[in-house]
Design a binder for this molecule. Structure first.
Ligand code: PLP
Length: 431
């Protein structure tokens, strides 16, 4: 056993989740692989938790950070101008497609969502918010109140008055067997019904993830967000797209996940991979919302010089190498390959995803019930074979995978081979 595990248990909270029976201590990274303290190399199919976007030890990012350090400029504040911050904001505003967009930087996704919710509630003078079932937006009081999964909510205190919609969550019996079009119609009915019955006066915003990350990479059918947006526009309700997991070309189809749904939101929040490991998050919003009376952000360290240097270098790398297009191609190798194998693997209940954000749902082959035990088994088996994955979802049986966008086609095939080998082994064990 690693000497770190008992020391970790002694001084760190028990609720920190370590995915493996014998947790891994990662000590080095290069390209799309990481190496643990015992020298085992892994193809990284979870990329931190999507915090690595363009692989490890990238000279462009390292040089940018070292150049910034060499200036001695580590002045972190919000009261002086910073060229790298303005330049990054210009790029993000342009890519967002939002009219007259302005950007505010934070250190994390949670802070980004807090800021977006503050902006929306200032602008609309309302503390009422709509969110989606099975969502995850962070664990501060505001973010947790729009998060929807009992096991991620440790209290019911909420600074917001929140109503939850269905969206990607099609678990209810009444939704089974519905076509996408009928399901969307039912969701729109539900939204209108909530607006007619559950709220008072104005609602500030709807916050939603284009693909629900922690929720198990669950996906709303194409057309749902567009249909929601029409109702929101009629009612003057703002739409906040939480792009913390889906931003920067991850979904292959578009630069931000919601753009793949043909929707331009009023605000987007982002974080995770933008700094390729350096902490950076933020909000890009319509200028009138960002500058609404009383609007103010939160984050002394937001937009600090080191994170800005890393983020500019990372975003330039994504754009220069057209990684969004590459994610669509490598993602298709993986998703198509898994779909093709599903028929012969009764433990695989579902394969879903877009670009380099894809998931497998493992089920008991006899009953079809979600099987967190098989998901845990998959994690151990793929670890043995040299691949890191993530798990989660409402029942803990979803295997989530999101490699760096720099994954090559060869690495995608290698990863697919490992995943299939693991699934075949586990499937055999259940037979
Ligand atoms: N929003 C989404 C969609 C997330 O997946 C997460 C984290 O997993 C957050 C917000 C919170 O981000 P952070 O952990 O950086 O505060």
């Amino acid at each position: 056993m690693s000497d770190l595990l008992p020391r970790h248990r002694a001084v760190m909270p028990n609720w920190l989740s370590l995915y493996y029976d014998e947790p891994i201590e990662i000590v080095r990274g290069k390209g799309n692989r990481v190496v643990d303290a015992e020298g085992h190399s892994y193809l990284d199919f979870f990329a931190g938790i999507l915090t690595n976007m363009i692989g490890y030890d990238v000279p462009e990012v390292r040089d940018a950070v070292e150049r910034q350090l060499a200036t001695g400029v580590v002045h972190t504040s919000t009261v002086y101008l910073l060229r790298a911050q303005v330049e990054l904001a210009e790029k993000i505003a342009r890519l967002s497609g939002i009219e007259n967009a302005k950007v505010f930087f934070t250190n994390s996704g949670t802070e980004a969502n807090e800021t977006a919710l503050l902006l929306a509630t200032y602008a609309r003078r309302s503390d009422q918010v709509l969110a989606m079932r099975q969502s995850y937006h962070g664990r501060s009081f505001g973010a947790i109140s729009v998060t929807s999964n009992r096991s991620w909510k440790n209290n019911s205190l909420s600074p917001l008055n929140v109503h939850f919609l269905h969206g990607a969550d099609r678990h209810l019996t009444q939704f089974r067997g519905l076509s996408d079009a009928d399901y969307i119609a039912a969701c729109v009915d539900d939204l209108r019904h909530v607006l007619a019955t559950a709220v008072s006066n104005d609602v500030a915003a709807l916050i939603a993830e284009p693909i629900q990350g922690v929720g198990g990479f669950t996906m709303a059918p194409d057309g749902l967000f567009k249909a929601y947006k029409e109702v929101l526009d009629e009612e003057g309700i703002l739409f906040i797209s939480d792009e913390v997991q889906t931003g920067w070309g991850r979904t292959g189809s578009a630069f931000f996940g919601i753009q793949g749904h043909g929707v331009t939101p009023d605000m987007m929040t982002f974080a995770k991979g933008l700094g390729n490991g350096f902490a950076v998050g933020g909000v890009v919003a319509r200028g009138d919302l960002m500058d609404a009376p009383h609007a103010i952000g939160l984050a002394t360290f937001g937009g600090n010089p080191i994170s800005m240097a890393a983020a500019n270098a990372t975003l330039d790398y994504v754009l220069d190498h057209d990684l969004q297009t590459r994610a669509a191609t490598t993602g298709a190798i993986l998703i198509d390959g898994l779909r093709a194998a599903k028929g012969r693997l009764p433990i695989v209940g579902d394969v879903r995803g877009k670009g380099l954000m894809f998931a497998l749902e493992l089920v008991d082959p006899g009953t079809g019930a979600p099987s967190p035990a098989l998901a845990a088994r998959f994690m151990e088996e793929t670890k043995k074979l040299g691949l890191l994955a993530g798990k989660g979802g409402l029942y803990g049986n979803v295997l989530r995978m999101a490699p760096p966008l720099t994954l090559s086609e060869e690495e995608a095939r290698e990863g697919l081979g490992i995943i299939l080998t693991a699934l075949e082994t586990i499937n055999g064990e259940t037979g």
